[in-house]
Design a protein around this ligand. Sequence first.
Ligand SMILES: Cc1cc2nc3c(=O)[nH]c(=O)nc-3n(C[C@H](O)[C@H](O)[C@H](O)COP(=O)(O)OP(=O)(O)OC[C@H]3O[C@@H](n4cnc5c(N)ncnc54)[C@H](O)[C@@H]3O)c2cc1C
Length: 311
Amino acid sequence: MGGLAVRVRRRRDQRRRVRDVPGGDVARRLRPGDGRQLLGVGRLADRRPVRESPPDGALHAPVSPDRPLVRHKLWPTNSGGPADLFAVFCTTDPAAGDEGFAIVYVPADTPGVAQGKPYRKAGMSGDWNGDVWFDNVRVPREFRAHRPGTDAKAARAFISSANVGTAAQCIGVMRNIYEILKNWCDTRVVAGKPLKEHTITAAVLADIVVAVETSRAETYLKARMLDRPDVYGPRHSPQMLARTRVTKLYASDQLTSVANKAMDLMGSFGYAREGDLEKHWRDSKILSLWMGGRALPQLDIARWYFDAHSY
Ligand SMILES: Cc1cc2nc3c(=O)[nH]c(=O)nc-3n(C[C@H](O)[C@H](O)[C@H](O)COP(=O)(O)OP(=O)(O)OC[C@H]3O[C@@H](n4cnc5c(N)ncnc54)[C@H](O)[C@@H]3O)c2cc1C
């Protein structure tokens, strides 16, 4: 997302300026969704892990590009070593709404930036996730991605796209689980016949297919809607944010349920590494947890569909 902001939206001289800092060339190379070396840093908090978190994209830190960043962020993708440029989401004025929100690029070697070791997670091991501290960090004004108002739109547009992208990931995992299960239920014989020939198993298999098919249909629909802002409105609109939150919430819930059901059908072989399923089981849960857990998508959905204002 940060790379996209540099590539597409910034003036040519700004692009050159960011490219010339350590790590800046990474931003230039990246395409939306790459995220290999660039972080979508979701929230700034105190120097200790803070539990009263604001929604992704609505971040409470009294900073601006020309004032020092003095807070702490947990978990961003490729923290703890690999990243050399951070896209930091922050608020310059919590009371100012969109106008008080900023995306600021911070090279990892900027004085005052410190990182902890990556956490040891259940799965998703290809992604490193640690702490990042900002201790009186200053970057040039040009390292702001856009300008007041536009930064918030870019962040919301990113979250809308990432909702659909996460749902697509869920579908990929579910389809592979289906393939593993198909082979298992063809070959595993219990009580004298293949597992799939037992009606009690058939019912579970059917539910799994329903989950995959409905998730795919929902994801294609929202991808199509994001592609047609002339019909459905811009992807940064609260409406598209809420509608794509539905997609992410639904597909990731289906994946959690499908992975669990598949393990039930495979028994201990599903729990064993040799069964190829347990990695999906460990990896899959984070797809429902990231981008705000289950609660923040629910809040965004209720906020738009029920016109709620207090959260
Ligand atoms: C592999 C991986 C990659 C990640 N990549 C990134 C990244 O690139 N950028 C980034 O910014 N973050 C990233 N994260 C962090 C991830 O987005 C957060 O961990 C996730 O949003 C949940 O936040 P949390 O862990 O702070 O949980 P908490 O905020 O502590 O949530 C705890 C519980 O409180 C609920 N909750 C939170 N806020 C509210 C509220 N306002 N009202 C009611 N309930 C609430 C949550 O739903 C959850 O049930 C990544 C994490 C992992 C593991």
